[in-house]
Design a protein around this ligand. Structure first.
Ligand code: BMA
Length: 327
């Protein structure tokens, strides 16, 4: 068993301006803004595609742009991507939690989001060049499925989608492959929720899209601990093989980030930190991680890839070497 020795160890550092975006910043009347996908645009500015919950309770997506990724946000004056249930019935109850991936081969951004309707949440895809017009692909993983992101390049000639279907086996992270972004197969479990008292028992899901490093895909994931009073959403870390992304190389035993501040502990859903996106700083090491806080506002935290990998080396174990009964 690995034991975290340093009590003050902190891998994700909150920005002093947190929360960086709240409903009060919005140019139109809303309930809340949280769970934003993130990317750098060609001019180096940051784009957040935010989940905005209207006062009807349904969500849509709205873009916010900033030169420094911290303040001075230019927010679209009207929703950027609205649910379109007339043509896409799976969006009847809204669209949520986008993850953005720039795909060099397509010279477009992939927006993978949750579409919500009577059948439950499913995974939908849209492509865009500019976050102004979108080409919808519709459902790519049917309900009940969410927490999905596309890898930026083909693996062995096929596109790869990470997602979290609810199956009879539980709520685990899976990976599926496609020749054309429309037809998906070769489904494999990528990371299993642990069981019993573990912080990530029973239900896990991808947070931000995987981060490509020289040592593998670095994956930030959330674990949900059900307690008698609430569900605690905390973050963990794992590393996967670059060319075989279903092969877990290292998985941390402890969570690395949890709700601690007022805006993370209290809100529409308390004790939630929920990143859906990150951008990379020009040093190639610093991550700007954007996270939904308490399903009410958006926070920013910095982390160093070097430190995250060093932490995994010190506190992670080789998933392949672990017996199933230990999970
Ligand atoms: C998850 C998702 C997120 C939400 C989180 C906490 O299941 O629905 O959108 O932030 O629950 O409520």
């Amino acid at each position: 068993m690995s034991v975290v020795k340093n009590h003050d160890e902190s891998l994700l550092h909150r920005h002093p301006s947190n929360p960086i975006l709240t409903s009060r910043d919005w140019p139109y009347l809303i309930n809340s803004v949280f769970n934003a996908g993130a990317t750098l645009l060609e001019d180096g500015s940051t784009l957040l595609l935010c989940r905005v919950e209207e006062r009807r309770g349904l969500s849509h997506l709205c873009a916010a742009r900033s030169a420094n990724g911290v303040d001075g946000w230019q927010i679209d004056p009207v929703p950027t991507l609205m649910p379109n249930p007339a043509e896409y019935p799976e969006e009847l109850w809204g669209i949520e939690d986008p993850r953005l991936t720039y795909v060099p081969e397509l010279q477009q951004y992939a927006v993978v989001y949750t579409s919500y309707s009577r059948g439950g949440p499913g995974v939908s895809l849209a492509l865009t060049k500019d976050f102004r017009s979108f080409e919808r692909y519709g459902v790519i993983a049917s309900a009940d499925d969410k927490d999905a992101a596309l890898l930026p390049r083909r693996i062995g000639g096929r596109w790869a989608l990470i997602h979290r279907p609810m199956t009879a086996l539980g709520a685990h992270i899976w990976i599926s492959y496609s020749p054309d972004l429309r037809h998906w197969g070769s489904h494999k479990v990528m990371l299993e929720a642990r069981r019993g008292a573990w912080w990530d028992a029973n239900k896990i899901g991808l947070s931000s899209p995987p981060i490509e490093t020289a040592r593998g895909w670095l994956v930030l994931y959330h674990g949900v601990r059900q307690t008698p009073s609430s569900a605690l959403y905390r973050l963990g870390l794992a590393l996967f093989d670059l060319e075989k992304p279903d092969e877990c190389l290292l998985r941390g035993d402890s969570w690395i980030f949890r709700a601690e501040t007022d805006y993370e502990r209290g809100g529409d859903v308390h004790d939630v930190v929920f990143p859906c996106g990150y951008t990379m700083a020009s040093d190639g090491d610093t991550l700007n991680i954007y996270y939904g806080a308490a399903d009410s506002c958006i926070g920013l935290a910095h982390a160093s890839i070097r430190c995250l990998l060093a932490w995994l080396d010190a506190n992670g174990s080789c998933e392949r070497g672990r017996r199933a009964q230990d999970l």
